[in-house]
Design a protein. Structure first.
Length: 306
């Protein structure tokens, strides 16, 4: 998952900065690229699993490492925002796909490479050219340096998937940007948990095996198999599905317009309690990463009184 820019936390604790480097890369399909990061500092990174998000700072072309005010303490966001945008580290939010502590400290991050080497996507309506994060990931090599701002305790505010007490089954829906989070959620779900899952991807080759002990019914929505609007395509599948009895908890993420339509359907037509629907727009059609960054940075600054 990548959001253009994260909200500024009220304070850094229990989050810390971690220096890391690229260990290896693995192409998972036409759209998805897995980058494994390593480094001794990651021994203190404490992923809470599920949809654990963290902040990733990337260097600009020509920089050996991202420029990040790691010594600014709780005021890091104010200090980062005051820096020249062409110099300060490129800030994005991503989801932990997997963490391994032994024999080495490693973290897997899956990147959705929108606009990078995909002619079919480039010719589609609403295409957004690759932003700096996608371009960096597509050319990442072992040894490339990054900085993470991540949790030091497992129960932290960077985990959003939190089914309320009394939940009988879960509904999960997202596109390729949410695929890493969905994979983490499915691995975390207790054995036998009833789950209805919809995952939208550009190509059939982007479909993945998703290990889980939950009783998960997964529907893959492959966009190359339809000429229709992506939101309508996703919504039609969900709307036509029979859903389990009992009290649900829903988690929806991905393109903001689609997320909004799915939430409206669940609350307005399916009768879901809106408090039991967690929804997050990871990106927005016809809007570049940098436009979203500026919106998020301005909003975060206003929220902190900057």
């Amino acid at each position: 998952m990548s959001t253009a820019a994260p909200e500024a936390p009220a304070r850094a604790v229990p989050f810390e900065f971690f220096d890391a480097h690229v260990v290896r890369t693995l192409r998972l399909g036409p759209t998805m690229l897995r980058i494994t990061f390593g480094g001794e500092p990651l021994r203190d990174f404490a992923s809470g699993g599920r949809d654990q998000r963290f902040k990733l700072f990337l260097p600009h072309p020509g920089q050996k490492a991202p420029v990040v005010p790691t010594d600014a303490g709780d005021a890091w966001f104010t200090a980062w925002r005051a820096m020249d945008p062409s110099v300060r580290g490129i800030m994005r939010s991503y989801t932990v796909r997997e963490q391994r502590r032994f024999p080495q400290h490693e973290l897997d991050i899956d990147f959705a490479l929108h606009g990078v080497g995909d002619p079919s996507e480039a010719s589609s309506a609403g295409f957004v050219p690759a932003g700096p994060a996608s371009r960096w990931a597509a050319t990442a090599r072992p040894g490339d340096r990054v900085t993470l701002l991540g949790p030091t305790v497992h129960d932290n505010a960077g985990v959003d998937f939190r089914p309320a007490a009394g939940t009988d089954w879960v509904l999960i829906s997202g596109d390729e940007t949410a695929l890493p989070a969905i994979a983490g959620i499915l691995e975390w779900l207790p054995p036998g948990t009833p789950a209805k899952v919809w995952i939208e991807v550009p190509h059939a080759e982007d479909v993945q095996e998703l290990p889980t002990t939950a009783d998960a019914d997964i529907t893959w929505l492959v966009r190359e198999n339809t000429t229709g609007n992506r939101t309508d395509f996703h919504l039609a599948s969900l709307a036509a599905a029979g859903l389990p009895e009992g009290t649900p908890y829903a988690w929806i993420a991905g393109e903001a317009g689609t997320v909004k339509a799915l939430r409206r359907h669940l609350v307005g037509e399916r009768g879901f309690d809106r408090k039991r629907v967690k929804f997050t727009g990871y990106w927005r059609m016809d809007t570049s990463e940098e436009q979203l960054v500026e919106e998020a940075v301005s909003g975060a600054a206003g929220a902190t009184g900057d």
